[in-house]
Design a protein around this ligand. Structure first.
Ligand SMILES: [Zn+2]
Length: 377
């Protein structure tokens, strides 16, 4: 039986055309020295980079994937291939400033969830209030590892996850390595925010954009992971999570109902100007925790966008299911020229403030009062 590794192309959700293009490039010997895969959270830029590495290092690849059985693939299945080097952000202690001692943790996390994001990694490291970064020591570690000969005589891959979190000094050091490439060395940088990268690094790398997942691809993947979901439920979550697998998994795990009910009841209460209830909603919001608070606000934005489309009388563009339909029908009647934009802006601002660690209760109550005024307008 063919063993499918967590990081093989066949395990990467969607992105059929992109995968075919990357495979075609390798088969035709077009392997750029430095590549940058940029994609939003949950899009799969990391699994694609890992599948690319495995394919590149496989000794018996076919036209669609790595073989999954050769010694190279078996090592990749544990992310322990000696020619796959890994660099990622860590938090510094007095003694530890390089990735090596964090490697077992990183491998474990990625094998459990190849769509890993920085927040989950932070949780794993229990480094809630510490900054995750890559310093000069990691750049030196990269340089040292690449100066070694390839173990298997083929390519050496240096996968750098979240290079945007490199200190400027480290990035400059990396730039030197990129400028003087060792033969058969491939840099794969996996980023969610290329704008934070040094322009000079950007200019040295071939850019591959990884778009958010298509709803149909995401819904199919969800049904596989959560067989208890109906096809409609999978599709509803896929649409709400806007192509972010992690968001979708989070919704499926915690129950998609919860966000809807909270958001609907809160807006209802704002409309009725229930000032005392705003305090309760503030408490409820605080209890959700930061990631869930962000999910709620993002979900709210999604729902409001649907209401605006309904209000603008383009209902054919409205994408809602189940009880959301009734909500969109009713709430869109409360929208007008003056408040539609304001409501959207309130939610967007809230998202920014949550990311910046604002006090969630104060923030939410504040937003409630402004929402009351907007809904009166
Ligand atoms: Zn193989």
């Amino acid at each position: 039986m063919l063993f499918l590794c967590a990081v093989q192309f066949s395990k990467v959700i969607g992105h059929a055309a992109l995968k075919a293009k990357l495979i075609g490039n390798i088969r035709e010997g077009r392997v750029p020295h430095a590549q940058l895969l940029v994609g939003p959270r949950g899009s799969g830029n990391l699994p694609i980079a890992l599948a690319y590495s495995q394919y590149l290092l496989c000794e018996n690849r076919d036209v669609v994937d790595a073989c999954g059985e050769c010694p190279s693939c078996l090592q990749m299945a544990k992310l322990e291939h000696p020619d796959l080097h890994l660099a990622f952000p860590i938090f510094f202690t007095d003694k530890v400033k390089t990735c090596d001692s964090f490697l077992p943790d990183w491998r474990k996390e990625v094998l459990a969830e190849p769509y890993l994001d920085i927040e989950h990694w932070r949780e794993r490291l229990e480094s809630e209030n510490k900054q995750l970064r890559m310093g000069v020591d990691i750049a030196q570690e990269i340089q040292r590892k690449l100066s070694m000969k390839s173990f298997r005589g083929g390519y050496k891959v240096m996968l750098i996850w979240m290079p945007e979190l490199m200190d400027p000094a480290a990035a400059n050091k990396l730039l030197k390595v990129l400028e003087e490439p060792e033969p058969n060395t491939v840099f794969l940088m996996v980023s969610t925010d290329a704008e934070q990268l040094l322009a000079t690094i950007l200019s040295r790398a071939q850019l591959t954009k990884v778009p958010a997942l298509r709803p149909t691809d995401l819904a199919e993947a969800l049904s596989e992971r959560f067989p208890e979901l109906s096809a409609d439920e999978s599709m509803a979550i896929a649409l709400r999570s806007e192509g972010d697998l992690l968001e979708a998994v989070d919704m499926a795990n915690k129950g998609e109902e919860e966000l809807f009910v909270f958001f609907r009841d809160w807006l209802r209460s704002c409309f009725k100007r229930e000032v005392i209830a705003a305090v309760d909603f503030g408490d409820g919001f605080q209890k959700l925790g930061r990631e869930r608070q962000k999910s709620l606000v993002r979900y709210g934005l999604y729902l409001i966008r649907q209401c605006v489309l309904q209000w603008q009388q383009v209902p054919e563009l409205v994408r809602v299911l189940g009880q959301e339909q009734e909500f969109v029908q009713n709430f869109s009647k409360l929208l007008n020229e003056r408040n539609a934009e304001g409501i959207r802006r309130e939610l967007e601002t809230a998202h920014v403030h949550i990311e910046r660690n604002a006090n969630p209760k104060v923030l939410f109550m504040d937003m409630s009062y402004r929402m009351m005024a907007l809904l009166r307008a």
